[in-house]
Design a protein around this ligand. Sequence first.
Ligand code: PGA
Length: 251
Amino acid sequence: MRRKVIAGNWKMNMLPDATIKFIEELTPLVKDKQSEIIICVPYTDLFYALMSAQNTNIKIGAQNMHWEESGAYTGEVSGQMLKAIGVEYVIIGHSERRQYFNETDESVNKKIKAAFENKLKPILCVGESLEQREAKKQDEVVTNQIKADLDGLTSEQVSNLIIAYEPIWAIGTGKTATTEDANNMAKTIRNKISDLYGQNIADKIIIQYGGSVKSSNSKELFETSDVDGALIGGASLKVDEFDKIIESVKE
Ligand code: PGA
């Protein structure tokens, strides 16, 4: 059976003191949990988060990285730099990065490759816009993203990847996809992975849902056949609420 992976995406929120407090409060609440618990924090919180999460079962991730190792890329941070301070995970291709920072499937693909080269585990975000869903193009859009974003990756790399299906229209809007829609898309993604890499890899890969996940809708989501966890934005900023979501995983 696949493990559940519950990841918080703090986006551009939280200062170092709040980060330390959050992890100190969350640690005893989740210490016996079987799920993998990840918090993806802003770059400026990474060091504090890593220090606070030492000797706990909370893993720390970044929210982006550059594909080059080093060089004249003012303002960027590389995979090598993240790995050097002990980061384990990195979100790649979040829709906000695709939308506001012109990330494309091509740059996402380069970043995923660079993440693996640096032994970081990428959380790849895919998802359709409202317009695409209304035109019933969501399966086509998402499977095309998967194909382009994973181009040239080995089966071993793909089996270590986490894919987060995040319909753009559900992010931060309070609108969630129905549990059935989320599970159907997770199945569609798993089938695509099976076509590209075989059933064995498809059975192993972790597929999360993201978009307005809260403690009031997480339990049902986690009971589906193909959704293996969640990538959580707004509801990951409050310890109580994030913990309730973690608690809603059946163990
Ligand atoms: P949300 O964000 O939970 O606030 O909708 C999810 C995400 O963007 O990862």
